[in-house]
Write a protein that binds this ligand. Sequence first.
Ligand SMILES: Cc1cc2nc3c(=O)[nH]c(=O)nc-3n(C[C@H](O)[C@H](O)[C@H](O)COP(=O)(O)OP(=O)(O)OC[C@H]3O[C@@H](n4cnc5c(N)ncnc54)[C@H](O)[C@@H]3O)c2cc1C
Length: 352
Amino acid sequence: MKEVVILGGGYGGMNTLHGLLDNLPEDVHITVIDRNPYHSLKTEFYTIAAGTESDRHARVDFPTHEQVDYVFDEIVKIDPEQEEIIVKGGVENIPYDYLLIGLGCEDNYHGIEGAREFTESVQTFSKSRSAGFSINNLGAYGKITVVGAGLSGIEVASEVRESRPDLNIRLLDRGDTVLKAFDSKIQEYVEKWFKDNQVEVIHGANVEYVEKDGVCNNGVCYLNDVTVWTAGVRPNYLVRELPFEKDDQEKIIINDFYQVPSHQNVYVVGDCASSEYSPSAQLAGQQGEKVAEVLLAVLHGRVPERPGSVKLKGALGSLGKNDGFGNMLQKPMTGVLPRLAKSGVLWLSKRH
Ligand SMILES: Cc1cc2nc3c(=O)[nH]c(=O)nc-3n(C[C@H](O)[C@H](O)[C@H](O)COP(=O)(O)OP(=O)(O)OC[C@H]3O[C@@H](n4cnc5c(N)ncnc54)[C@H](O)[C@@H]3O)c2cc1C
């Protein structure tokens, strides 16, 4: 039997798995390893952090198949020389002939003192739940600071605002406008939404340190009950530890076949893989489909064709449940239409 091991049942890992199952040879066995016994919809973690949706909303059952086994455990090491994976509770290491790394990313604290210890996060399911507890246990008029005004920071701040009009919410933005990766029409719309909904946005932020009860920014310390960190990500630490060549964002450099050039039985997708595109679920999913094409050819003993380039359709974001923004048909759109489109994409991905 040939052993394929998939690390991470996120967007990249799941799309690879589904692609492989379309035409899996009989002499192949797949092991999927994830800490969670379900596929996590990370793009919905802001609802878990805001406490506006149940756990079930942001997860999907893994597919069952006679040639697939699951290990639900914490991966602690990838050993590319021995070609095996070490998991926390494992009696024996898990060997592989082919490996897919789709372990996603984690917060980047940029070395800021207190940020890791004293902030909530939306980067894992359990951390998002913890953020949800902290935010929802706040009494009337509690104070929240969200650090970072990219997509996830905007979604967290607006979702909390909509469900808790009493809370004092502050958003610290490093640039001179929120959502720096989006069109100016969207930036203006979102800035106005926050103004109209009494969320204080502070531009030009430069957080110096974080304490249990506050954030210090540009020499001013704000007293605060909960701080949520959405100020940047970096690849999973297991990936950063690997002896593979990385780009300046610490992501693994891959060839046109999504393989590690020095270890061509190792494939990398999503937030762990070097790419010309910004990290996204859409990118990870499409890369997963392409890895499946390449790997199926290899498993069937054929020379794989070079996969075509990914075709991204643009990002969609929410401002609570009834408002949103995003690029649709290559045009910046705001309001209820992109919000409906975002719900539609989620509905489709849950049924994929
Ligand atoms: C709040 C928020 C909103 C977002 N909104 C959007 C959006 O609207 N559109 C969009 O395209 N992107 C969005 N993103 C980004 C998107 O979620 C990621 O780019 C995408 O999830 C990356 O997919 P991936 O397959 O690389 O990793 P992930 O989907 O993160 O999957 C990684 C998997 O690895 C598992 N794992 C990690 N470490 C270990 C370990 N040590 N042991 C065991 N298992 C482990 C995790 O449990 C997880 O299942 C958002 C992100 C956040 C945080």
